[in-house]
Design a protein around this ligand. Structure first.
Ligand code: GUE
Length: 285
């Protein structure tokens, strides 16, 4: 048996089509959806990500305003920029590209973003709302994983789901979303004993560890659904996930590829969050 590939690229294109229609509807009401992108420093990977976000935004009619700051930017300078973007009524979403240089206090900066413009879903208000089951902006990567899980066609209620990785931007919100979908969720991480045994009993595996092919294909329970959040650049330039793809594919019922799986969904969900924010501006409740 070979797994069905959960095609994130195709799914993202469909979601972006919906976003584009909704952007058009906003414009008919004289609201022009706008995303402010803040990039500090010259990390090459961050520059690539930001460029592809801005390109996708343009494709769906969202204006992306670029704020590039030198690597020496201080916390106070960033706080001043965030305050200006919060106050700018034309800005629907604010994205501060991570990681920030070490002299910047990331937590303080994320806390300063107006939660109503926090399209990354990283502000404590939005993380707390998700915990309460009253989400406003859901972090883009976990949101994209849930869409792909829906496409896999497995009802999550009662299933055993394993989330590997406990980051604030992926693992923790992913656990919450799966709990709200009535899965039985285990949060595994670097200190988990016998990860192989945890994987072996999981009906759904979400891998967000950041180590190339760390999850062995032979650990996967036959018929499981595998969502690979990992994006690891090897020395030879190849991009691989956190799961040993070929071996996992032979056992799983469905699996996301890398590239072309979760990554494109993350960007589509970001722009989905921007249009949600613009729709609130168009029809305040
Ligand atoms: N505030 C903030 N928000 C983020 O959402 C954020 C961030 N900071 N910092 C960095 C990470 C990384 N990230 C990616 C999203 C999509 C792809 C993506 O589309 N990847 C393609 C492949 C790209 C390639 O080939 O290199 C794919 O998986 O098919 C990659 C990486 C968002 N991040």
């Amino acid at each position: 048996m070979s797994a069905r590939r959960l095609d994130g690229k195709a799914r993202a294109a469909r979601l972006l089509g919906e976003v584009e229609r909704r952007v058009g509807a906003c414009k008919e009401r004289d609201v022009r959806p706008c995303l402010a992108v803040v990039l500090v420093g010259d990390d090459p990977a961050s520059q690539v990500y930001v460029r592809s976000k801005e390109r996708r935004a343009a494709e769906v009619g969202i204006e992306a305003r670029d704020h590039r700051l030198p690597a020496t930017t201080t916390t106070d300078e960033l706080l001043a920029l965030v305050a200006a973007l919060n106050a700018d009524r034309a800005v629907d979403g604010i994205l501060v590209q991570l990681p920030l240089p070490p002299q910047c206090d990331t937590q303080r900066i994320l806390l300063a973003v107006d939660p109503a413009k926090d399209v990354d879903g990283f502000h404590p208000d939005n993380l707390g709302r998700l915990m309460l089951g009253q989400p406003r902006f859901v972090a883009c990567t976990p949101q994209g994983c849930m869409v792909l899980l829906e496409d896999a066609g497995v009802p999550l209620a009662g299933l055993r789901a394993l989330v590997i990785g406990r980051s604030t931007i992926v693992g923790k919100p992913m656990v919450q979303l799966l709990v709200h979908a009535d899965a039985t969720v285990t949060a595994a991480h670097s200190r988990t004993r016998d990860l192989a045994a945890e994987v072996a009993r999981a009906d759904v595996v979400v891998a967000a560890i950041g180590r190339p092919e760390f999850v062995r294909g032979e650990w996967i329970k036959p018929g499981a659904v595998v969502i690979d959040v990992g994006m690891n650049r090897l020395a030879d330039g190849r991009l691989v996930g956190d799961v040993e793809f070929a071996a996992a594919e032979a056992r799983a019922a469905a699996i996301t590829p890398v590239p072309g799986g979760v990554g494109p969904m993350t960007i589509a969900c970001l722009l989905h969050n921007v249009v949600l924010s613009a729709e609130r501006r168009a029809s305040p409740t």
